[in-house]
Write a protein that binds this ligand. Structure first.
Ligand SMILES: CC(C)(COP(=O)(O)OP(=O)(O)OC[C@H]1O[C@@H](n2cnc3c(N)ncnc32)[C@H](O)[C@@H]1OP(=O)(O)O)[C@@H](O)C(=O)NCCC(=O)NCCS
Length: 140
């Protein structure tokens, strides 16, 4: 059966539940809120009207950073993250972005490299999780 999938911009507070349950379920709910959430552009992927994946986008001039990319656990590995990331890349291209980057969990680098993101040497550890900055050059 074909599932009805749509992606739309959502308000920042709608990202919080999925961020929390997917990324940091053991931390307090407030820990997944970002200081600058109000300044971001937030996207949600809906499957049959159920919010299933979220991502948040921030920019400084023509450099765009996405944060807190998450697909609900029961729906991972079904291609929804790929659809949302493709949407995000075209959104940033259309906005004139020159670079799209993220501070990726090392466990997710394989996902981003499928879309052409290159790893950098900028690594870090936060809350016991290893991160590496990954970037995609656009409109160059
Ligand atoms: C990473 C995440 C957002 C990917 O979303 P998803 O909806 O599961 O991804 P998709 O099903 O669209 O996967 C697309 C492709 O990437 C691959 N992939 C997905 N997650 C991967 C991972 N962690 N490592 C390597 N490859 C991965 C899939 O196997 C698939 O490959 P295919 O096209 O060859 O079949 C999701 O797994 C998630 O929320 N993980 C936990 C939170 C997290 O780590 N977020 C990222 C923080 S930087």
């Amino acid at each position: 059966m074909m599932q009805k999938v749509r992606i739309e911009q959502i308000s920042f507070d709608l990202t919080w539940r999925i961020r929390h349950e997917v990324m940091y379920p053991d931390l307090p709910f407030d820990s997944i809120k970002l200081d600058n959430d109000k300044e971001g552009t937030h996207f949600g992927l809906y499957v049959e009207d159920e919010l299933t994946a979220v991502v948040s986008l921030f920019h400084k001039n023509d450099s765009y950073q996405f944060r807190k990319f998450a697909t609900i656990v029961a729906a991972q590995g079904k291609g929804y993250g790929a659809r949302l990331l493709e949407y995000l890349v075209s959104y940033v291209k259309n906005a004139g972005g020159k670079k799209l980057w993220c501070n990726a969990r090392v466990s997710a680098t394989g996902f981003y490299s499928k879309f052409g993101f290159a790893t950098t040497h900028q690594t870090s550890v936060s809350k016991g999780i290893d991160f590496v900055i990954m970037e995609l050059q656009l409109n160059n």
